[in-house]
Design a protein around this ligand. Structure first.
Ligand code: JFZ
Length: 439
């Protein structure tokens, strides 16, 4: 056992040395983690110069078009000259997020193409310097979020297909970009930290930084210790998460899962163990793309999205639902329609979702449980039988009632758990919510 532990820690060393050592989250940070878990539901926004190409007639992730079509930097940069989001209306975006029941927004400050969606002083590859629009959309969005009480997070790509000093190169952004086969990695890290400093200095309180891109090269010297310590020094309450698909490194405040429920790996890139001591977040697309894709009509139904959101909550995980705005700044009709349906559902069932944590019974095919105080919410999503067995449910029950109407349901409790009868004629197609009231 002891040797196993030693072996395990030896194996972990290469990952540990680069993480923020001895990180002790501040009280403010811990408070924000609780807020985050209560908030449960956020809007992910992928928006950048790639949006102008709208996926280029391909299915799949449109924000990757530079790499997929091997567009050299010199040509790709032209996109900025006609990225002109004259219809961008942050008040509308934030109102829609609110009507959808979302409590926070996570927007791309920089994606893999390196283009900064804010007024950066350490680069002119940004929206203010290169686009005819010439305005700092992140600043506009932040001001509106503050006005409407929505917390703003930034997605920031560590991987960079544009910066010359992102060298050595990783698995992507090779050759075709036209960059010299040389560069100073430390200069790149300093550049990234300088942009992060701008984001954490000029935009007021930021909910969190959502990192992505370490998977491009595992053996690079990411210097997470320096970056994470810097972020936590600038804004101790800011939550750090990273989409590296591994167990969280020290310094990270939440763990994320990309297009998979926690612990599942249908996508092939998600690691399977869940870090129970941290808040969890699952992100999901509406079709198969994050950035605006004009071709991709493979939209998930609102039923499927609500059920995924509820299943995630059964693991205690947040749901970050993506939205890829058009290059004009308008949201697509499909996005708005979908969000309004989910918002309506949450208006009615929000009590069983917001502010909850994973319930006492682990997720099953038939559904999940969530809990808030003395109420356990049973979410029946896909149950063929008239009754459901909740193994190991030992809580002392005062009543079991239907959420939709004040009707008591039959149940039997014994040493093995409880069996609740949920009549077929009381089922609804998306989620039949049952309240188990504890003594
Ligand atoms: C990443 C980004 O590449 C993508 O564009 C989007 O922003 C998403 C939220 O995050 O997606 C990934 C990251 C890593 C892998 C796959 C998709 N991977 O390692 O296979």
């Amino acid at each position: 056992m002891k040797t196993n532990k030693i072996l395990l820690s030896l194996l972990l060393i290469p990952f540990m040395v680069n993480a923020q050592k001895d990180y002790v989250p501040t009280a403010e940070n811990l408070k924000n983690r609780e807020w985050f878990q209560d908030a449960k539901y956020g809007m992910f926004i992928h928006w950048g110069v790639y949006s102008t190409l709208a996926g280029g007639g391909d299915y799949g992730i449109a924000e990757w078009i530079m790499n997929q079509k091997q567009l050299p930097i010199a040509q790709y940069e032209n996109l900025a000259s006609f990225f002109n989001p004259i219809s961008f209306n942050p008040a509308e975006w934030v109102s829609i997020a609110k009507a959808a029941g979302m409590k926070y927004i996570t927007i791309t400050s920089k994606h893999h193409d390196g283009f900064a969606m804010f007024d950066s002083k350490v680069s002119d590859w940004d929206i203010v310097d290169r686009s005819p629009y010439g305005k700092d959309v992140l600043k506009m969005l932040k001001e509106e979020c503050d006005r409407q009480g929505i917390i703003l997070f930034f997605y920031h790509s560590q991987l960079d297909w544009h910066h010359p000093d992102y060298y050595p190169r990783g698995n992507t952004g090779q050759g075709y970009t036209g960059r010299p086969e040389s560069g100073d990695w430390n200069k790149y890290i300093n550049y990234m930290n300088a942009q992060l400093t701008e984001l954490l200095t000029n935009y007021g309180d930021i909910g969190g930084i959502w990192f992505d891109g370490m998977w491009d090269q595992w053996d690079a010297d990411w210097q997470l210790d320096k970056t994470y310590a810097m972020i936590h020094k600038l804004q101790p309450g800011t939550l750090i998460g990273s989409n590296h698909h591994k167990s969280p490194f020290p310094g990270e405040d939440f763990m994320m899962f990309e297009r998979d429920l926690p612990g599942q790996n249908t996508m092939g890139f998600n690691q399977t163990s869940i870090e129970m001591s941290l808040p969890l977040e699952m992100c999901e697309t509406m079709n198969d793309s994050w950035g605006y894709n004009i071709k991709d009509r493979r939209f998930k139904s609102t039923r499927q999205l609500i059920q995924t959101m509820v299943r995630a909550a059964g693991y205690g995980a947040n749901f970050l639902l993506n939205n890829g705005p058009m290059p004009t700044g308008k949201l697509t009709k499909e996005t708005i329609d979908t969000l309004m349906v989910i918002g309506k559902w949450l208006e009615k069932y929000g009590e069983s979702y917001y502010g909850t944590r994973a319930g006492p019974v682990s997720p099953h095919e038939w559904g999940v449980t969530t809990q808030k105080g003395k109420t356990v919410y049973l979410h029946i999503l896909d149950l063929k039988d008239e009754s459901v067995f909740l193994p190991g449910f030992t809580g002392k029950i005062s009543s079991v009632t239907l959420f939709d109407e004040p009707m008591a349901l039959k149940y039997i409790q014994n040493g093995a758990g409880i069996i609740v009868t949920v009549p077929f004629d009381k089922r609804n197609d998306i989620d039949t919510v049952v309240k188990i009231n504890l003594k």
